[in-house]
Design a protein around this ligand. Structure first.
Ligand SMILES: Cc1cc2nc3c(=O)[nH]c(=O)nc-3n(C[C@H](O)[C@H](O)[C@H](O)COP(=O)(O)O)c2cc1C
Length: 173
């Protein structure tokens, strides 16, 4: 029987990587083994008890490697317990409201509809003005229109991981 849970992420500047690591910690605290790795597209998904997959959102889209991974592994993922998350909106308030109820970019939602994830979370993100380039700064001010700063809510992320741990433990295989 598979032992590990795969937590895999698409991150440009590290904020989503840290969210994935927090999820991995939560699973470990619940007594489960988690492997937290960047999306690389070359994994045997059947080797994992569950798969948690997340991406940062840039101008309304997931990172390309996140979309590619979902497309390339759609069939395998549809047969596994899968959880998805987006790391995106900055600003105060419910992150789902901040993205106007759109938990996933439309292109990704279409694939998710065929995978049937157990849950889709939207977590607050971190726009770090010290890391992004001038074009991105311009885009934030004029297109995205969200504040700079770290709005990640670690308690919410930990609670989500705890819920997944419970669900995985209760899954009889
Ligand atoms: C140029 C740029 C565009 C962004 N566009 C969006 C967006 O359309 N929707 C959103 O929710 N967040 C958007 N964000 C916020 C990022 O998704 C957020 O900061 C995320 O946590 C970054 O994750 P990363 O460090 O793993 O790449 C944008 C950030 C930048 C720098």
């Amino acid at each position: 029987m598979e032992k590990n849970i795969l937590v895999t992420y698409a991150s440009r500047y590290g904020a989503t990587k840290e969210i994935a690591e927090k999820i991995g910690e939560g699973l470990s605290e619940a007594g489960l083994q988690a492997e937290v790795v960047p999306i690389d597209g070359k994994r045997d998904l059947n080797a994992f008890r569950a798969i948690i997959l997340g991406s940062a959102v840039y101008i309304g889209k997931w990172r390309p490697e996140g979309v590619e991974f979902l497309k390339a592994n759609e069939r395998a993922l549809a047969g596994r317990p899968v959880w998805l998350f987006s790391s995106g909106p900055t600003g105060e308030g419910d992150p789902v409201e901040l993205v106007e109820g759109q938990r996933l970019p439309p292109e990704v939602q279409l694939i998710a509809d065929r995978i049937h994830p157990r849950d889709i979370a939207v977590f607050h993100g971190f726009i770090n003005p010290a890391k992004i380039n001038l074009i991105e700064k311009f885009a934030i001010k004029n297109v995205v229109k969200k504040p700079f700063g770290d709005f990640r809510d670690w308690n919410t992320i930990t609670a989500w991981a705890a819920g997944i741990a419970e669900a995985v433990k209760n899954t009889s295989r």
